[in-house]
Design a protein around this ligand. Sequence first.
Ligand SMILES: [Zn+2]
Length: 99
Amino acid sequence: MNVGNVGSGGTGVCYGHVGPTPYNTTLITGADTVNAEGLPIANLTAIGICSCGHISMVTTNSTDVIAEGTGVHRVGDSGQSSGTGAYTLISGTTTVNAD
Ligand SMILES: [Zn+2]
């Protein structure tokens, strides 16, 4: 699958509000020394900003392709809102793939 980098996005539902709240998240951090399409590649520690006001963190990733010690985050992988509630990465690079 295509790997995520800074600016890639996910979508999910956050439960840290009065009622389940759909959100989009945009990744803002990645592996600073490993770029994909000119931007840091997303790995296990990558953080995103959610449209609901929470932040997100990557929770699933490749086990074979590593950047700065942790697996890279791919389209279809998941993360978690700090308010609880998973997202699925839906956009990433178009030319960089990892298992
Ligand atoms: Zn939230």
